[in-house]
Design a protein around this ligand. Structure first.
Ligand code: AHR
Length: 497
């Protein structure tokens, strides 16, 4: 028999607002994430606007990307922004972190800002702390945001952008405990104070709510001491502290193939993703001690599945396929962020195109949308929505000695006033019937979309791009409750009418 679950959605109560920035993206100079994935150049035969792929921009606009973090990652702490501006030939440098390949610097600050303009998203610029100076960061901000006639602001004008850019977020260092300088938390906290002092945004439009938010480089996974030391000793303006956690492997290095795995491997990977709950809870508890009013956000600005690179690709390029497993993984991770929406107000999946758990894969002029992309599209109504509490008991699913919750469900009131429900059936072996009582609302029906796949390791390929895709879903009321029957290994988002 199909398992059933009683669900109660209490629309008379509300929780925190789900900051749209938890749906943020990350685009690093890594593999073909930028070159080929975003940037093809104005001379390319691939349809582009000012060198940026049209197909990619159209796809990204549909998922309403709130912010894009750039230029890294580890790349950011070796990046010197002045090499990436100007109309003439730019210096050619090495990308020492990612495959030791040539970095042509043809995609720099002005191209990134043009990309954010086309997508309609906000810029999250990651500044170099590890191998740079506060002065270099200060000058970069002056170049980007000053409206005065300073030499740097004039250079920006000559490079084609008279008006100051908006820098919504500034990351001060990346993984400063590792590739960003191998610092101790004590040392980094001092660096933060110094860099932050000179990191000024001059854009006159960026005041009040629009002021540039500063993100400190935070802990690796369960390094709670990092969070403790930073929170205790910080000073100056701090808007967010980051956390990086990659799932998909139990021990470094990542060994799982991105496709062609069995159900036990599926269960193992989802278990690693669910660890996010414990990490976010524990880091938040430390932050609560020093910031009970939750003024400082926890920014999970790198998360996602990290698998073994695809056979035949450069291992330094971190190119991996994306299966229905990744759709489930994305949904349960986002659900964790929404349950901590009072503290987790930013998250950036790694990475947007052609790298790790990507939204989009490209090959020459071809482009495919991954199962993860479809989850981000389904979740658009949850951007800036208000959490509605739910209770349910759906039982568990066990495979290979690993026990997982069978379902993961969240609800929220969207900005349009409608009540939205997201139901993830983690169990790949059985459908699930949800018997939903909706308090405070006479819900007669539910309509939306569901993301299903023939198999848990189904993928979209350039030859077969729609193996994993969404289809219409609807449910009606029976005896006063809504009956929603969802497929195995599926993610479903509906609005209640
Ligand atoms: O996303 C790939 C890399 O993972 C980033 O450059 C780094 O910050 C992290 O270790």
């Amino acid at each position: 028999a199909t398992p059933t679950s009683k669900l109660t959605v209490d629309t008379t109560k509300s929780g925190a607002v789900i900051d749209r920035n938890i749906f943020g993206q990350f685009a690093e100079h890594l593999g073909t994430g930028i070159y080929g994935g975003i940037w093809v150049g104005t001379d390319s035969k691939i349809p582009n606007t000012n060198g940026i792929r049209n197909d990619v921009v159209t796809a990204l606009k549909a998922i309403k990307v709130p912010n894009v973090r750039w230029p890294g990652g580890c790349f950011a702490d070796e990046y010197h922004w002045e090499k990436g501006i100007g109309k003439g030939k730019r210096p050619v440098t090495l990308n020492s972190n990612w495959g030791g390949v040539i970095e042509p610097n043809t995609f720099g600050t002005d191209e990134f800002m043009e990309f954010t303009r086309q997508v309609g998203t906000e810029a999250y610029v990651s500044a170099n702390v590890g191998s740079s100076t506060p002065q270099e960061t200060a000058e970069w901000l002056e170049y980007m945001t000053s409206e005065k006639e300073t030499s740097l602001a004039m250079a920006r004008r000559e490079n084609g952008h008279p008006a100051p850019y908006s820098v919504a977020f500034l990351g001060i260092g990346n993984e400063s405990w590792g590739c960003g300088g191998n610092m101790t938390p004590e040392h980094y906290t001092d660096e933060y104070r110094q860099f932050s002092t000179y990191a000024k945004n001059y854009n006159p439009a960026q005041t009040g709510d629009k002021r540039m938010k500063k993100v400190a480089s935070g802990a690796n996974v369960d390094d709670y001491n990092w969070t403790e030391v930073f929170m205790k000793n910080k000073s100056g303006d701090v808007d967010a502290l980051s956390l990086h956690y990659y799932s998909g492997f139990e021990a470094w290095p990542p060994y799982q193939p991105a496709s062609g795995f069995d159900e036990t491997e599926y269960a193992k990977v989802i278990k690693t993703a669910l660890r996010m709950e414990d990490l976010v809870s524990k880091h938040s508890a430390i932050m609560d001690k020093y910031d009970p009013q939750k003024k400082i956000a926890l920014a999970v600005d790198e998360w996602g599945a990290w698998y073994k690179g695809e056979p035949g690709t450069n291992p330094g390029f971190l190119y991996q396929q994306n299966s229905q497993r990744d759709a489930i993984l994305a949904a349960v991770s986002i659900n964790i962020f929404t349950r901590h929406a009072d503290r987790v107000r930013m998250a950036n999946i790694a990475q947007m195109i052609n790298v790790l758990q990507a939204m989009i894969l490209t090959d020459g002029d071809k482009m495919i949308l991954t199962p993860t992309y479809h989850v981000f599209k389904l979740y658009v109504p949850f951007q800036d929505a208000t959490v509605i509490p739910v209770t349910y008991e759906a039982g568990t699913y066990t495979r290979g000695g690993i026990t997982l919750p069978r379902a993961d469900i969240i609800a929220a009131r969207g900005k349009d006033g409608k009540v939205y429900l997201s139901i993830t059936n983690i169990d790949p072996t059985q459908p699930l019937e949800i018997d939903a009582s909706v308090l405070g609302l006479k819900a007669k029906s539910a309509t939306g979309e569901t993301l299903t796949a023939p198999k848990i390791d189904s993928i979209n390929t350039f030859d077969n791009p729609n193996v994993v895709t969404t289809k219409a879903f609807s449910a009606t009321a029976r005896n006063g409750s809504l009956i929603l029957k969802v497929a195995p290994e599926s993610v479903t988002v509906v609005s209640l009418d």
